[in-house]
Write a protein that binds this ligand. Structure first.
Ligand SMILES: [Fe+2]
Ligand SMILES: [Fe+2]
Length: 281
């Protein structure tokens, strides 16, 4: 039987855990449309991961009362993260563009509208791009994994636990550190963790960040219910998440590599960076 350490090792070994997208972002310095488009897809994906749906209640129903409490804590701590992510995205987009694209960074709807326009311009011709909601096929697949939180049967509930563990591990170890790397540490945007507009990252990153606590909660919840019967479902839930997010990173990575205008010669041959031509990675 797999131990919790085996499961953690499995997540860490998945290619999603080491995806080069954020390294490429800082190397390539993507054009403003790519910055906005990436934030749009990431924002939509992140928004789908926040609501608990029926998941905490289903845990209770199947006798996992303390696990339900641990998951409920994560859901509650996500409150207000949508507006803060929009503020940060608009702030970075303004700096990437070198002009004010988003005049009111506290107007979540207006900022998200600008991000959406970037996405439609940059990614709108991709096969399967949904013009209704501005989502790539890959973003829709990643989001669909979280629709599973509406299901309350036993198998789905364990799958959702596996998804939660993988989500929180990736958020804490790859997504948030990756954003800090390309948005702050790279120096591209002259942004600092002290800027009030970057509060989203301060809230999520590091020892005092929300994601570390989320990861601990998910780890504890999965540890206490992992057994010979449940391990298959938990692993399936983790893999559904990891595979679909890796697919989303692939398509966004490809878009940002072909949009880069500085310092990307070692990553992509310059002839491949014509706007109309997709880079195959
Ligand atoms: Fe959050
Ligand atoms: Fe989280």
């Amino acid at each position: 039987m797999r131990t919790i350490d085996d499961l953690v090792g499995h997540v860490r070994a998945h290619r999603c855990s080491t995806h080069p997208i954020f390294r490429h972002w800082s190397a390539v310095k993507p054009e403003p449309d790519a910055v906005g488009a990436l934030f749009h897809q990431i924002q939509k994906f992140c928004a789908s991961t926040r609501p608990g749906g029926n998941f905490p209640e289903a845990l209770k129903r199947h006798g996992m009362v303390s696990e339900s409490g641990l998951l409920q804590e994560i859901v509650e701590s996500e409150e207000n993260h949508g507006p803060e992510l929009a503020t940060m995205a608009g702030y970075i987009l303004n700096r990437a563009a070198g002009r004010t694209v988003c005049p009111d960074l506290r107007d979540q709807g207006a900022v998200e509208g600008k991000l959406r326009e970037c996405s439609d311009r940059l990614l709108g011709t991709l096969p399967g791009y949904d013009r209704e909601n501005g989502l790539t096929v890959q973003a829709r697949k990643a989001i669909a994994v979280f629709a599973g939180r509406e299901r309350t049967d036993r198998e789905s509930t364990f799958r959702n636990l596996g998804t939660a563990l993988a989500l929180e591990m990736i958020s804490n170890r790859h997504l948030i550190p990756g954003e800090k790397h390309c948005l702050v540490d790279s120096g591209i945007y002259g942004a600092s963790m002290d800027d009030p507009e970057m509060h989203y990252l301060v809230e999520h990153w590091g020892e005092a960040g929300a994601e570390l606590q989320h990861e601990k909660n998910a780890f504890e919840a999965v540890s206490s219910v992992l057994n010979e019967e449940t391990e298959r479902w938990i692993l399936e839930g983790a893999d559904d998440f990891l595979d679909s997010l890796a697919g989303l990173w692939d398509v966004l990575d490809s878009a940002l590599l072909r949009s880069g205008f500085a310092g990307s010669d070692t990553l992509v041959p310059s002839a491949s960076r014509r706007p109309s031509e997709a880079v195959r990675t």
